[in-house]
Design a protein around this ligand. Structure first.
Ligand code: C5P
Length: 205
């Protein structure tokens, strides 16, 4: 069974995807980490984020097994990732690895922006997880403060809106719910209730 989970930044899709994968005992790929890793490679090499040839090279040499969630989770890397994610060559280089992961025997859970629309259009279950920009910015702020780092809600809200706009309006694989996706608005749900709703959707399939 392939489960595709899409949605904007800090919608709760990552936590939901991880918990569903544990519940079903199948592997999980956070595809956002793949774009983050490409951005991180360019940043650490001191290269511009719009160098498509270099970004493609970084994408082609990515090892899905060694993505460092802690390093790649930095707020600034999410912003940089959305810049490399507009480049078609980066997307097609990563697409192959993402599809291979999805099609392993026994199934998988993948989360991102275009899983139900592009990476796995035939997924068995598609969820589109969303929440208001304010709720998402609050979650991101609390998460950063929780790590003992400084965070400014207004700045994070502005960043969330810029990222939504870039992800939704790019030419290739924009963020949009698949026509057959189940919508899950987590604005007023805690993670436990969102998880229970997701499980009941999956169990119906
Ligand atoms: O989900 P996360 O915030 O880690 O994603 C970082 C960025 O990577 C997103 O803002 C988006 O631009 C890009 N992304 C994408 N397609 C995916 C997953 C992430 O374009 N499937």
């Amino acid at each position: 069974m392939i489960i595709a989970i899409d949605g904007p930044a800090a919608s709760g899709k990552g936590t939901l995807a991880r918990r569903l994968a544990e519940h079903l005992n199948v592997p999980h790929l956070d595809t956002g980490l793949t774009f983050r890793a490409v951005a991180h490679a360019l940043l650490t090499a001191g290269k511009p984020l719009d160098d498509e040839a270099l970004a493609e090279k970084a994408a082609l040499s990515l090892d899905l097994g060694s993505l460092d969630r802690v390093i790649l989770s930095a707020h600034a890397i999410g912003e940089a990732a959305s810049k490399v994610a507009v480049m078609p060559k980066v997307r097609s280089a990563l697409l192959e690895a993402q599809r291979l992961f999805a099609n392993q025997p026994g199934g998988a859970v993948l989360d991102g922006r275009d899983i139900g629309t592009v990476v796995c259009p035939d997924a068995d279950v598609k969820l589109y997880v969303t929440a208001s920009a304010e709720v998402r910015a609050k979650r991101r702020t609390d998460e950063i403060l929780g790590r003992g780092e400084a965070a400014d809600f207004d700045q994070i809200l502005a960043d969330v809106k810029i990222r939504d706009d870039r992800d939704s309006n790019r030419a290739v694989a924009p963020l949009v719910p698949a026509q057959d996706a189940h919508l899950l608005d987590t604005s007023k749900l805690d993670i436990e209730s969102a998880f229970q709703q997701a499980v009941s959707i999956v169990e119906k399939v």
